[in-house]
Ligand binder design. Structure first.
Ligand code: NAP
Length: 308
């Protein structure tokens, strides 16, 4: 793989920033990686892990002379980062981000971007429930989608360069407008997390079932929700606050459909319940066929008598 950028600045070095650092190094995509994060502790850890060539707690210093700047911070911090780096960006530089919501990130960052840089919002659909620099690993983006939500008038050459970068990481790149992205992500990612946080919270609040019973018998379904509900609270608080409209729209739809199911259960309407559960099974099959998950039972978890 050829060097694509002389200097890449990574602003934020948690799960996503550190995974980018590993792959940029592994694939030789930059001559130099500059790592910036706001706290001295995280910066020290990034240095111990050898994620960059230079380290700083100043985002402004990090972006100086960088050709590609990737902002990987909680979406609610986008504006403060944009303000901090704006005056130090090199003319012609590409500034992108990885935030899980897009209209809000554009509203926060674009007004601060100088005319002579290329601001291209992006979102890799790849991650785990872990956070911080220790959570990152090489290959996170391999085979996953990265969605760009370019603003009007985006330079085609810059777009092509950024596309080439994500493709070098093994990602498939798609483009759509920010509002559409936010709706799609509200249903495929944000709502499932909110439901998981809610169901785990409900179990925690129950008085008739003890916490030790919830934990002891968790394998029968509950456990799969706890993975999502263990996701980073800061990141997910920001997603909720910054994709408010789309999330509220999907939650309203969800509540209506839940009321339908609740009614079918109350009135013993087995045919309605069966029809819904049959339809949803087909979606799971389509996801496996599209290569978005493996067809192993129980998500491939090992079982006691599995062959060694
Ligand atoms: P993370 O592991 O929690 O790391 C967050 C990074 O942002 C750290 O370097 C942290 O710095 C910095 N940061 C936190 N608050 C900040 C603030 N107020 N101002 C400036 N910097 C701040 O997060 P992540 O999982 O990598 O997520 C980063 C972004 O990627 C988010 O926008 C998220 O929506 C998006 N994303 C996440 C996933 C996922 O599965 N996790 C997937 C796709 C996209 P310190 O540690 O020094 O405070």
């Amino acid at each position: 793989m050829s060097v694509q950028f002389d200097r890449i600045a990574l602003i934020g070095i948690g799960l996503i920033g550190s995974s980018l650092a590993y792959d940029i190094r592994r694939l030789g995509l930059a001559k130099e990686i500059v790592v910036a994060t706001r706290s001295a502790d995280t910066l020290k850890r990034a240095e111990e892990l050898g994620l960059g060539d230079r380290y700083t707690t100043s985002s402004a210093e990090a972006v100086r002379d960088a050709d590609l700047i990737i902002v990987s911070v909680p979406v609610g911090a986008s504006e403060s980062v944009a303000k901090e780096i704006a005056g130090s960006l090199k003319p012609g530089a590409i500034v992108t981000d990885v935030g899980s919501t897009k209209a809000s990130v554009i509203a926060q960052m674009q007004p601060h971007m100088p005319d002579n840089v290329h601001f291209i919002p992006g979102h890799p659909l790849a991650g785990t429930e872990k956070s911080g620099p220790d959570a990152g690993f090489p290959g996170l983006f391999e085979g996953r989608w990265c969605i760009f939500t370019p603003v009007a008038g985006t330079d085609e050459t810059a777009l092509k360069r950024l596309r080439g970068f994500w493709e070098a990481l093994g990602s498939k790149v798609d483009e759509m407008d920010a509002e559409h992205h936010d709706k799609v992500l509200a249903i495929v990612s944000h709502l499932p997390h909110i439901i998981a946080y809610n169901i785990v919270g409900t179990a925690d609040d129950l008085e008739t079932v003890t916490e030790s019973e919830v934990i002891k018998y968790s394998a029968s379904g509950f456990r799969d929700f706890t993975r999502l509900a263990a996701s980073d609270p800061t990141m997910w608080r920001d997603v909720c606050l910054h994709n408010r409209d789309a999330i509220l729209e999907m939650l309203a739809r969800f509540s209506e459909d839940l009321a339908y199911l609740q009614r079918a259960i109350r009135w013993g309407e087995g045919d309605k319940i069966f029809e819904l559960f049959t339809r949803t099974r087909t979606i799971r099959r389509s996801i496996i066929q599209a290569g978005q998950d493996v067809d192993a039972p129980d998500f491939g978890r090992p079982h006691a008598l599995d062959k060694k």
